[in-house]
Ligand binder design. Sequence first.
Ligand code: AMP
Ligand code: ZN
Length: 494
Amino acid sequence: MIIGQTAPVNFPPIRMYDTRRRAVVPFEPLEPGEVGIYTCGPTVYGPQHLGNMRSQLTPDLLRRVLLASGLRVRFVTNITDVGHLTSDADDGDDKVEAAAAREGRTVAEITGHWTEQWQTDRRRLGCLEPDVLPAATDHIPEQIAMVEELEAQGRTYVTADGVYFDVSSFPSYADFAGLDLDELEATGRVENVADKRHPADFALWKFSPAGSSRLQEWDSPWGRGFPGWHIECSAMATKYLGNRFDIHTGGVDHIRVHHTNEIAQSECGLGVHPWVSVWVHTEFLDLAGEKMSKSKGHVLLVDTLVEEGLNPLAFRYFFLQAHYRQQQAFTLEAVRAADTALRRLMHHAVVARDEVGGAVDGGDPALTEPLREQFWSALADDLDAPRALAVASTVARSAELTAADRWSLLADFDRVLGFGLAGATDPERDGDESADPAIAALLAQREQARADRDFATADRIRSELAAQGLEVVDAADGTAWARRSNVPSVVTDR
Ligand code: AMP
Ligand code: ZN
């Protein structure tokens, strides 16, 4: 793994903003040396846009900082392939079922396609692979078991439409998001579902409509139906990280409903408090003054950047230019500027790297250590990426530092920057690798192996290409390859 280097001996203490305590707090893992992170993943009924990806980049940055500090990290993010309704409340259509009906495709086609798009885009943005990637539909028994426990505790009631959690059974329900439940009751926070006792009560299990069946439905002690959206995250996070774990992340839009409900179910069902030590929420990526959002119909994708001739990693650079707790305004000009800055950084890094033959342990500590300290202190201080990026950029351009100084620092910093500097080519001297007959032959052999379903050979060739600095990504519409410093280009169609 790329994060294999030894941690700095004196890594600064890590502090994080915790939504629950509304303060920056020292980060202390529950188990010394180990960290568990759960991130709410995509609802796979359509493309994940750059706003969604911002909410994946924050936990990737956090995970990389924790790894760099010497901790072992287990990173779990999920696939929501059932139960997320068109409103965050308890009515409306299931987004996945609605997409399948609209497009005349099976649920598996819809969820498979969009899961793959999201995975490809995560990779193109330099995110590390999840350690565990559970899908909600693979965890129905775990979700039913949790609802049964809540029912046994007398915290649920059944209506004509499903099994509901009674928020009055959990007196601290409103604390996490600072909700005013009386006002909600008066104004109705959510569209009222028949027989709900309080607008904040939420579905744990929903029944299939009487007289008809859904594309995805399961038997349960309460009748045939499907799980509510919130229970999946409680069940999967707990299954893979334990009854209590360290960090839960997601976008700020999840604080009031989804995460509030996850906490209610989990703290009651498991008898723990706090269920999660630190809650990390990413602010919105805005487009034209509004949250980038599928429902508003204005979204941009990683593909949009590629079509504009930009390196997807320019979006990672752009992401690092703003603090994750600030809203960030998307403009193509800003990502273009980030692309230029990234090319400069890569150019300087590659020149320094090649001058010292890739040795990372050179340099004059009297010059390098204060800069290393500044970089890691910025990130340890609630992930201050803009400050850290400024240090990296100064180092790359410095005329005072030798190549050995610069590469020793930039190779270290890239553990979190994630630009693949060790394998990058100089973007100011790129050639066209597809014109290289040796690489073209390997790509063709790999395509043949995949067509023959000989995945062992395909994987071996992928590793061979990786050793030459080429990353191969299999997507639904073909195989893409990229130099880590280049814009991916689709070279084959299946
Ligand atoms: P969804 O696929 O709608 O469940 O969203 C996946 C994740 O993206 C959630 O954590 C959302 O909070 C997050 N998200 C959605 N829109 C944005 C946005 N414009 N900026 C940042 N995060 C977002
Ligand atoms: Zn979730």
